[in-house]
Design a binder for this molecule. Structure first.
Ligand SMILES: [Fe+2]
Ligand SMILES: [Fe+2]
Length: 193
């Protein structure tokens, strides 16, 4: 799915269901972080007019997702927990060596964002497919479609700003790194845990 090189086992869905409050808290903050990341790209690459337009849309959409998750929690009598670090994202962000080249740094950010979207999308599908609760299942299917569009958009911009071959090599390397990392996951009620 979406080029990912490792498939989440369905056992993760049980872990997620059993820790629903933690999963939803983690998910809500994942949406907030996605919004913050889009805003940060706008701040750092303000001259890229088309991209700024799209990142504005994404930032708004991700905060809308945050609101949806939060409402769902409140409706079910849950209180949003504390935000925690997303070690999955932090590890991905460290994969590419630091570069002084502004364009290259942008490509790296876009690729990491694309991958986070792709994995979220895959996890949402595993969750929805193994969920008896119809409201939650539908909720996650709808979000999955939205995150898949974000994935396409981030990857599309990465390929726009540098030779496609170079970008595809970076993308492939990142996918392999992530797949190794995911082999040791699937045991926490977190979107990327
Ligand atoms: Fe989202
Ligand atoms: Fe997204």
């Amino acid at each position: 799915m979406l080029g990912l090189k490792f498939e989440t086992e369905t056992s993760w869905a049980d872990v997620a269901k059993n820790g629903l409050q933690q999963l939803l808290t983690d998910h809500a903050f994942a949406e907030q972080k996605a919004a913050s990341n889009a805003v940060s790209i706008i701040i750092n690459y303000s001259e890229e007019t088309e991209m700024v337009k799209d990142m504005s849309d994404i930032a708004i959409e991700e905060m809308e997702h945050f609101r949806m998750v939060h409402h769902l929690m409140v409706d079910r009598g849950m209180v949003l927990g504390q935000a925690t670090k997303n070690d999955y994202a932090l590890k991905l962000q460290k994969f590419f060596p630091h570069t002084g080249n502004r364009k290259e740094a942008l490509i790296h950010r876009l690729l990491v964002a694309a991958l986070i979207e792709a994995r979220s999308c895959e996890r949402f599908k595993v969750f929805a497919d193994n969920m008896e609760d119809e409201e939650l299942s539908k909720f996650y299917i709808d979000l999955m479609i939205s995150e898949a569009n974000h994935y396409t958009l981030f990857l599309g911009y990465a390929r726009k700003y540098m030779d496609k071959k170079i970008v595809d090599k970076k993308w492939n390397d990142l996918l392999s790194f992530e797949a190794e990392m995911m082999k040791n996951r699937g045991n926490m009620a977190k979107v990327h845990g």
